[in-house]
Design a protein around this ligand. Structure first.
Ligand code: NAD
Ligand code: DAU
Length: 355
């Protein structure tokens, strides 16, 4: 069995669903159910004995130690995090607590557990930290993509908190020999993404006839990866990655934000025609402070060493994503109420955009 943290969030829930679709190894899923965690993502697993959900905090030493003792997992995959850059700018404290201290707590608990293992259980154990390309900082237009050897230069409180955790993971391997793996992935999109992030936010605002906020000049570049591909990359690293190593995961799909937004408007126009073109809702707003200009991933290591490649391309992934949001209006209605409205007001009023 494996222990997954943050498995009720966007990528974590896609991972749990993919894991149990591809095999029968049970998953213990530890998630605090913050605003970003949603058990509805895992509705299809109701009554499935292979999925054990535990509501709790990765920063709770007793709980994590107890779960490791009780379930004896062969791996721990840490997705749990505060994940939104804009939230980290408005309130960084929770990012320090969960992303840094929570990861530290998992490492400490895993170290104690692993110390007590023997034989194959010990040599086979893995601690996989799910990290981000944002730890590498910002690229200029002509810079080479990030490699695993690129120096860390995090620019937002979110990126800095993820970088700090990555350093602790590295140190636990180097100092204590804990068999760690780290993946640094580019921007994900797909089903179950909370609508604070660009792609679902554009889809929902467009459908509601609200302004589509584009930060700055809209020319910041991200490398987009369909979430199922990120999950398959993590499974592959868990299966065959070398302990202590870092693997970059990317979609080979660099796009300027405005291109992403225009693509979404065009796909929506085809699938849900409206009186006015959706693109007429695009509204340029005040930029994100410290906004990284460009991210790009060189995924040569995971491709060469582990034979992993994305299965989905940008056009196909975008269409699937729009189709999913159109087919799951109840999910989006549920997550868009309450806390989400407060967030939209807090983030967008200050930018001069209607929330
Ligand atoms: P998300 O915000 O959608 O989900 C995070 C999950 O973690 C939620 O279910 C939340 O309830 C849970 N959580 C938060 N704090 C917790 C705590 N203290 N204890 C237990 N659970 C807690 O995030 P996501 O987009 O699914 O990202 C998952 C991981 O992947 C994060 O570590 C993120 O840094 C990383 N990542 C994300 C992307 C992306 O594009 N979304 C890209 C690369 C890496
Ligand atoms: O690169 C990986 C990272 O991708 C992950 O580590 C983060 O968890 C994830 O949130 C994502 O970070 P970004 O900041 O790149 O994602 P976001 O969806 O917030 O923004 C994508 C781009 O779109 C970014 O350049 C900012 C811009 N943007 C975002 C929002 C929410 C807008 O122009 N308007 C918006 O309203």
């Amino acid at each position: 069995m494996i222990l997954v943290t943050g498995g009720a969030g966007f990528i974590g829930s896609n991972f749990v669903l993919q894991w149990l679709a591809k095999g029968d190894e049970p998953v213990v899923n530890l998630d605090k159910l913050t605003y970003a965690g949603n058990l509805r993502n895992l509705d299809s697993l109701r009554g499935d004995a292979r999925h054990i959900f535990v509501k709790g905090d990765i920063d709770d030493p007793k709980l994590v130690a107890q779960l490791l003792r009780e379930h004896q997992p062969r791996a721990l995959v840490n997705f749990a995090a505060e994940s939104h850059v804009d939230r980290s700018i408005l309130g960084p404290a929770e990012f320090v607590r969960t992303n840094i201290h929570g990861s530290f707590n998992l490492l400490e608990a895993a170290r104690a557990y692993w110390d007590g293992l023997a034989g194959e259980a010990k040599s086979g154990f893995r601690f996989l930290q799910v990290s981000t390309d944002e730890v590498y900082g910002s690229l200029a237009a002509t810079d080479a993509p990030f490699r695993e050897t690129t120096a860390y230069a995090p620019n937002s409180p979110y990126a800095a908190s993820k970088a700090a955790a990555d350093h602790m993971v590295r140190a636990y391997h180097h100092t204590y020999g804990l068999p760690t793996l780290t993946t640094n992935c580019s921007n994900n999109y797909g089903p179950f993404q909370f609508p604070e992030k660009l792609i679902p936010l554009v889809i929902l605002n467009a459908l509601a006839g609200k302004p589509i906020p584009v930060y700055g000049d809209g020319k910041n570049v991200r490398d987009w990866l369909y979430v199922d591909d990120h999950c398959s990359g993590i499974r592959r690293v868990l299966e065959a990655g070398r302990p202590g190593e870092v693997y970059n995961i990317g979609g080979n799909s660099e796009k300027a934000n405005i291109e992403v937004v225009q693509t979404l408007c065009a796909v929506l126009g085809e699938l849900r025609p409206a009186a006015k073109p959706y693109a007429s809702l695009i509204s340029y707003v005040k930029d994100r402070p410290g906004h990284d200009r460009r991210y790009a991933i060189d995924a040569g290591k995971i491709r060469g060493e582990l034979g992993w490649q994305p299965a989905e391309n940008f056009a196909g992934g975008m269409r699937k994503t729009v189709e999913w949001y159109l087919a799951n209006a109840e999910w989006t209605r549920q997550v868009s109420s309450g806390e989400y409205q407060q967030w939209m007001n807090a983030n967008y009023e200050a930018r001069g955009a209607a929330a």
